[in-house]
Design a protein around this ligand. Structure first.
Ligand code: SAH
Length: 361
């Protein structure tokens, strides 16, 4: 996207979000992401199984007054399809009636990963449709999950000019950051007085996506669960990172050869959701969510069924829920349609007391 010269950092500079979108599109189109990083569903089947149970409970709640109705099961950024495979396996076992009425909708823009997902999901015999965006998913009761999707969406970064004077924006040129000439005051940062040199990040794409999902849930019955790494409240600092072969590398050089992500600002995401009137819950830490959904009991059952695998199972569980591992840095935000559309869904499973966003448990 060409930018006006006044907005750009000079010759050939790209705004950071434009650079990040281009780098990640090239990355997911060419590389096998899972050679470079590992996600919760790839660590253990327990993650997808528990999210499958979450979908079964919320799906049943949504369809309670609509026996025989169909359910759309949607996922944004499904990667290899592992999470959906584990969810469908659980749904087919614990909720066969619901499973029989499911259609699967995957939001995925990488043609390569679409092929991988197609191969993974074939055996279930469930109708699967791929979408570029949420907009083309048909209307109807929907449960949507997204794991490590929002963190891959492009961010903008601002650096405090003089105190109170506004912000300069990060552009990328020749593998390095350059600052915009102009001082700007984006609406997302209204009310934040910059310290000189302070870094502020915004992710209009993530907030926009969460808000689009929320609008949908205000229009038709539904539930959504976002799991990602990030902060419960808006924080300062540069969180852009790149991983190649499991190692951190510079995010700005060789675009398309490493996975670029940034921390999700759950306060901003929840704000975007609540502006629509949707019911918003959390964020809760991933460890707390998985424990509440029965992770420890599930691990115990898996160990009993395969004692020779017990160490591997326990190590994987620790990676998912351990406070020093993914348990605290990763968080979950849940959205439910307003009560008038989903009267039988009082709270999302795994969220203590169904505490709505912003209220202390
Ligand atoms: N949820 C998976 C994979 C996370 S990697 C897991 O937990 O293992 C991020 C995923 O989001 C990939 O499938 C990638 O292709 C997809 N993705 C990234 N940006 C996207 C965009 N703008 N639109 C659609 N899909 C996107």
């Amino acid at each position: 996207m060409p930018l006006p010269e006044t907005q750009s950092g000079g010759d050939g500079a790209e705004r950071l979000d434009v650079f990040m979108a281009r780098a990640n599109a090239a990355y997911y189109a060419r590389r096998d992401p899972f050679a470079d990083f590992i996600t919760a569903p790839e660590i253990s089947q327990i993650f997808g199984e528990l999210l499958g149970a979450w979908c079964a409970v919320t799906g049943r709640g949504l369809l309670k007054g609509n026996a025989g109705g169909d359910l759309l099961l949607a996922e944004a950024g499904p990667g290899r399809g592992t999470l959906m495979v584990d969810m469908l396996r659980v749904l087919s076992r614990v909720a066969p009636d619901l499973f029989a009425r499911l259609s699967v909708h995957l939001i995925e823009n990488s043609p390569r990963l679409r092929e991988v997902q197609k191969a993974s999901l074939k055996r279930f015999g469930v109708p699967v449709t791929w979408h570029e965006t949420l907009a083309s998913i048909p209307r109807g009761p929907m449960v949507l999950v997204a794991n490590e999707f929002l963190d891959a969406l492009p961010i903008r970064q601002f650096v405090g000019a003089e105190t109170g004077a506004g912000w300069r924006e990060h552009f990328v040129r020749d593998g390095a950051f350059v600052l915009s000439d102009a001082v700007v005051s984006p609406p997302e940062l209204a009310g934040r007085v910059p310290e000189p040199g302070e870094i502020a990040e915004i992710c209009p794409a993530a907030c926009g996506f969460v808000q689009d999902v929320s609008r949908r849930l205000c229009d038709a019955p539904g539930a959504a669960l976002f799991v990602d790494y990030g902060t419960a409240t808006t924080a300062s600092g540069d969180t852009l990172q790149a991983l190649r072969d499991g190692q951190p590398v510079s995010p700005l050089v060789e675009p398309g050869t490493a996975d670029l992500t940034a921390h999700v600002d759950f306060e901003a995401a929840a704000g975007a959701a609540m502006a629509t009137g949707v019911r918003c819950f959390g964020p809760v830490e991933q460890g707390a969510l998985l424990i509440a959904l029965g992770a420890v009991e599930r691990a115990r059952a898996l160990c009993a069924a395969a004692p020779d695998q017990a160490n591997t199972i326990r190590t994987a569980l620790d990676r998912l829920i351990g406070p020093e591992r993914m348990g605290r840095l990763f968080r979950a935000l849940a959205l439910l349609s307003p009560a008038r559309l989903a009267p039988d869904l009082v709270a999302p499973p795994g969220f203590p007391d169904g505490t709505p966003y912003g209220e202390k448990p």
